[in-house]
Every structure is written in structure tokens, then in C-alpha cells.
Write a protein that binds this ligand. Structure first.
Ligand code: B12
Ligand code: SF4
Length: 504
């Protein structure tokens, strides 16, 4: 039995919720009476409700994000029907803005906006002592980070063995990119570095190896970044893997020195480029020195072993398909391991909303609030670019088609891949659930029929890619071979296999 439950629906099992662990760690004397219960997208509302109510809770706090708001709303609706006496508190970025127009906020007893680290504990104390706040929406406030207990002891042995360990050396961002929720932060606040390093050490000693920093801009302060990198360099073993989000145009020499010493497969950078178009950058208040970004990406590819994952956004105000395509080609030429093409989303609370009317931005009213059309990109083309993004994920980013990609893309990556994407959708009517063997067979068909590649050349290259990717089935365009047994995989292994494919 636990009087207080902290719950959320994660995108996948490997993503352990850091937010809930902060709330739990800061419950003080209520901690012993609280439990974290996490679910994964796809679970049924009735089953989740049953599991939660089995603890006979007095209060349930839900972490609500763009990826789980619909399922959490359904879950809260069930709970309110069968156990109306349980106090439901919702918090998290999705319910921190526009609370008046959200069904989940109507259903809940309390909505905590912004940081919940200390606010949730205070609310629980008030509810427990019978002095319930009269207002529904409670501003979480922004306590000094020195007053916030770090959450890392909340990671269980199972988390450490099987899930990504999210960590945070700083919170917030000083930049103002209008599509991003972090643009609403006044600045970046740092945790006390000695305290944080002490926690990292404990985690490392407990066996944690897959660290993901949620800091919005890890490379903001060279001294801090370097100390963190040095920490890992001193302890690296073949299992260690560390992920950071970085801004592209700031890579001081000191940081470079540490980055260059990481061996292959141990370091990953997620680099936000978003757009190269300077007019668009100005429009969305994104300060980015493109020349320095190019130089830094080049340096990373030439002088480091880091895996480079770069984000681009399609559908920004003022950007048409042609400009997006030029940006894609410019980025592709720099050789990042992965290019993630995201479709612009109008996140609740973000200032990008000011461009809605002037640029004819029409957003999906349902999560994930993706842009459906703009004054420069009609709906049909936005659909095409969404499919491009999905197929690029399967073919460009998966690392499974490294030898085949040059045949597909040649000297015009964006135009040729868009052509392929249109063709593949025409041939399959699918963007998901295409079996790997079917995908290889379709690429073979496209190369031979549409591009005129000699069948034997296409088959050789594709077969080499297929075998190198570790797949073990049979391809229709190759001679028969005995099938090999698939082997079971651990939770974080999917990500690790993809990383390894990029390094081969
Ligand atoms: C890890 C992460 C993910 C993981 C998923 C994690 C999971 N648990 O499943 C992955 C990589 C899958 C992911 C994907 C996406 N993400 Co994401 N992600 C993050 C990230 C980097 C870290 C979250 C975190 O741990 N933060 C640290 C903790 C301490 O902060 P917090 O979670 O906000 O929690 C605090 C408060 O919100 C509050 N709180 C949280 N829960 C609760 C519960 C209660 C009861 C209370 C009272 C308070 C409370 O208190 C906490 C402590 O102060 C954030 C950016 C960031 N740095 O926060 C983006 C972020 C959450 N993601 C975002 C977005 C937009 C996406 C994508 C749509 C991006 C895309 N591809 O276009 C996808 C969607 C995925 C999908 N399947 O649809 C937005 C969220 C917008 C929103 N309204 O939810 C963020 C904020 C990024 C941004 N700046 O815009 N993401
Ligand atoms: S996109 Fe990156 S740099 Fe821009 S506000 Fe968001 S976190 Fe900060």
C-alpha cells in the first residue's frame, strides 16, 4: 500500500522518467509512503487504473507530456469514474500552459505548472493535513536548485541495468528559439557541480553506463563540460555510452581536446541545426552562426569518434520545400551519422504561435500538434516530407544501408530521396510495419527499375548491407540460404546496435 503514487507513461521502457524521480526524492518525510509506477505507451487505461488502485492510493501524481497526454487523459477519466475519492494531480510540460483548454486539466483535482520538485511535496502535505488548496492550478515556482534534492538514488538496480540513466547538470536554456519550450526559460541554471559529480560517481560505481544528459545546451560552459567529459574519460570501459545535446556553433578548444579522446562508440552528440535559412532563423529568434556550425560539424566528423545526430525541422515559418531541401543537402554533405527530420510542432506555450496567421500555419489540433500546411508548403507536400522523414529514419539513419545509400542518393540527396520516398509510398501505401526484408526488396526494385542499376550490382550491395546489419532472414533477389536463429535482446541493446552499425 502507498498513499502517494507518482506515475507516468513513458515513450518506451528504456526511458525512465527523471521528472518523477525528482518529485519522489523531494517528498521528505512522505517519501516512505510513496511509490513510482511507470507505464509505457500502448498500455490499456483499465489495466493501468487497476494496477494503480491496487495500492489504495490517496493521491496520484501524473507526469504529462506531449507523447502521453491522450493516454493519460483516458486513464484519469477511468480513475475518476471508479475512484473519484483519489486526488489526481497532473504536472509536466504539456499541462504547464493553456490549462484552461485541456480535458485532462478539467478531470484532475490539481494542475501543477512548471517545476514540481518542491511544489508536489507541499501539495501532498496540504492534502494530507486536510488544508487542501482552493484553486485548481498551482504554479510550481522556481526554487533555487540548491534547495532541490538530486534524484539519482531513486534509480533502481533494474533501471541501472536496463534503462537509459537521465541526468541533469543544468536546467533551462538562455536561447529563445520560438518553437521550443525551453525558450520560455529566462536562462540556464546550474546545479552545484561538486554535488552533481558526486552523484555521477555513485551512479557509475553502481554500474550505470548509459547516461543521457537532458541539459538543453551541454556545451554552454567549457569548464563545466570539460570536467564532466574528463570524469567519463577517467572511467571509460567498453560499456560506457554518454549522450549530450549541444548547440552547433560553440565548441571551445578545451572541450574539443576532451571530445577527441573518446573512443568510438562511447560518445553521442545531438546537434540542433533546425534550419540553415538565415531569414527563417531570424524570424524564429534562433541565433546561430552557420559558418561556425559548419566548421564545428566538420571538426567533429574529422577529429572525433563521436556519433553525430543532427536535428532539422521542416515546416518552419518562411521556409519552403526548396529551402528545406537545400538545407538537407548542406547537412548531408557534412557527413553526420544521423539526420533527424522533424516536422514543426506547435508546443503549448511556445511563442511560435505568433506566426500562425502571417504565415498561414495550420497545425494539427491533436497531439503532437504537427504543422499540416503553411503558406509555402501545401498539405500534400507536408505529407510527402513526413514520409521522407520516416523513410529516412529507416534507410538513412538506421545505418543498415551504408553501402546502398550512395547508389540511391548520388549527387542530389534530397531530390533523389524524395523521389524514392514518393515511389516507396506508392508501392507500399505504408510508412510503418514494413518488414526489413521487404524494405530491402523494395530498394532493390527501385534501384533496378527506376534508376537502371544493373540487378547484380544492386543485389551485391544490398546483400552486403543486409548481412552487415546483422539481419538473418532471406531476400527474394538472392540465392536461398538456410535461415539463422534470431537471438533475444536486452532493453538498451536496440540503441546500441544502431550506434554500432554507424561505426562499422
Ligand atoms: C527525455 C526526453 C524525451 C524522451 C522520452 C522520455 C520518456 N520519459 O518517455 C524521448 C527522447 C523519447 C522524447 C521524445 C520527444 N520529445 Co522529449 N524530451 C525529453 C527531455 C530531453 C528530457 C525530459 C526530462 O527528463 N527533463 C528533466 C525533468 C526534471 O524535467 P521535466 O520532465 O519537465 O519534469 C519537471 C516538470 O515538468 C514537473 N513535472 C513532471 N512530471 C510531473 C508530475 C507531477 C505530478 C507534477 C506535479 C509535476 C511534474 O516537475 C519536474 C521537476 O521540476 C525534454 C527536454 C528537457 N530537458 O526537459 C524533452 C521534452 C520533454 N520533449 C519534448 C518533445 C516535443 C518531444 C518530441 C515530440 C520531439 C519530436 N520528436 O518532435 C518527442 C515525442 C515522442 C513521442 N513518442 O511522441 C518537449 C515537450 C513538450 C511537451 N509539451 O510535452 C520537451 C520539453 C523539449 C522541449 N524543450 O521542447 N523526449
Ligand atoms: S532549441 Fe535548443 S537552443 Fe533553442 S531554446 Fe530550445 S533548447 Fe535552447
Amino acid at each position: 500500500m502507498s498513499a502517494i503514487l507518482l506515475s507516468t507513461i513513458n515513450a518506451r521502457y528504456v526511458h525512465a522518467s527523471l521528472g518523477l524521480r525528482y518529485l519522489a526524492a523531494n517528498l521528505g518525510d512522505l517519501r516512505d509512503d510513496a511509490k513510482i509506477i511507470e507505464f509505457v505507451l500502448g498500455a490499456r487505461a483499465g489495466d493501468m487504473a487497476e494496477q494503480l488502485l491496487a495500492h489504495r492510493p490517496r493521491i496520484i501524481g501524473f507526469g504529462v507530456y506531449i507523447w502521453n497526454v491522450e493516454e493519460t487523459t483516458r486513464l484519469v477519466a477511468v480513475l475518476k469514474r471508479v475512484a473519484p475519492e483519489v486526488v489526481i494531480v497532473v504536472g509536466g510540460p504539456e499541462v504547464s500552459y493553456e490549462t484552461g483548454s485541456q480535458r485532462i486539466c478539467d478531470l484532475a483535482d490539481y494542475v501543477v505548472t512548471g517545476w514540481g520538485d518542491l511544489a508536489f511535496a507541499e501539495l501532498c502535505r496540504n492534502v494530507s493535513s486536510g488544508s487542501r488548496p482552493s484553486g485548481k492550478v498551482i504554479a510550481g515556482g522556481q526554487p533555487s536548485l540548491s534547495a532541490v534534492r538530486m534524484p539519482y538514488a531513486e534509480f533502481t538496480e533494474e533501471d541501472i541495468a536496463r534503462r537509459f540513466i537521465y541526468v541533469e547538470a543544468s536546467r533551462g536554456c538562455p536561447f529563445k528559439c520560438e518553437f521550443c519550450l525551453s525558450s520560455l526559460d529566462k536562462t540556464a541554471w546550474a546545479f552545484d557541480l561538486d554535488r552533481f559529480m558526486g552523484e555521477l560517481e555513485i551512479l557509475y560505481d553502481r554500474g550505470a553506463r548509459h547516461f543521457r544528459f537532458v541539459d538543453r545546451t551541454f556545451n554552454l560552459k567549457a569548464a563545466v563540460g570539460t570536467r564532466i567529459l574528463e570524469f567519463f574519460l577517467e572511467r571509460l570501459d567498453e560499456k560506457a555510452f554518454i549522450h549530450f545535446e549541444v548547440i552547433p556553433d560553440h565548441l571551445p578548444e578545451k572541450l574539443k581536446g576532451a571530445i577527441a579522446r573518446f573512443p568510438a562508440g562511447s560518445l553521442q552528440f545531438e546537434v540542433g541545426i533546425q534550419t540553415w535559412n538565415e531569414d527563417v532563423q531570424a524570424l524564429i529568434s534562433r541565433r546561430q552562426d552557420n559558418a561556425r556550425a559548419v566548421a564545428n560539424l566538420r571538426w567533429l566528423r574529422e577529429h572525433s569518434n563521436a556519433l553525430i545526430h543532427v536535428d532539422l525541422i521542416a515546416g518552419l515559418p518562411g521556409e519552403d520545400l526548396e529551402s528545406f531541401g537545400r538545407g538537407f543537402d548542406r547537412l548531408y554533405a557534412l557527413g553526420p551519422h544521423e539526420i533527424q527530420v522533424g516536422i514543426l510542432k506547435r508546443l503549448r506555450g511556445t511563442p511560435i504561435a505568433r506566426h500562425t496567421e502571417p504565415f498561414g500555419m495550420r497545425y494539427n489540433p491533436e497531439p503532437p500538434y504537427n504543422v499540416l500546411q503553411t503558406d509555402r508548403i501545401p498539405f500534400g507536400d507536408m505529407q510527402r516530407i513526413s514520409r521522407f522523414a520516416r523513410y529516412w529514419e529507416m534507410i538513412g539513419n538506421s545505418g543498415r544501408f551504408r553501402r546502398t545509400l550512395p547508389l540511391l542518393l548520388d549527387d542530389a540527396p534530397y531530390t533523389r530521396f524524395m523521389h524514392f520516398s514518393d515511389w516507396l509510398f506508392g508501392a507500399t501505401s505504408k510508412t510503418h510495419e514494413i518488414a526489413l526484408e521487404r524494405l530491402f526488396e523494395h530498394v532493390h526494385l527501385y534501384l533496378t527499375r527506376e534508376l537502371g542499376t544493373p540487378p547484380a550490382t544492386a543485389a551485391d550491395v544490398l546483400l552486403a548491407d543486409y548481412e552487415a546489419s546483422g539481419a538473418r532472414g532471406r531476400l527474394s533477389f538472392t540465392p536461398e540460404r538456410p535461415p539463422r536463429e534470431p537471438r533475444p535482446r536486452a532493453s538498451t541493446e536496440r540503441a546500441e546496435l544502431r550506434q554500432a552499425r554507424h561505426l562499422r
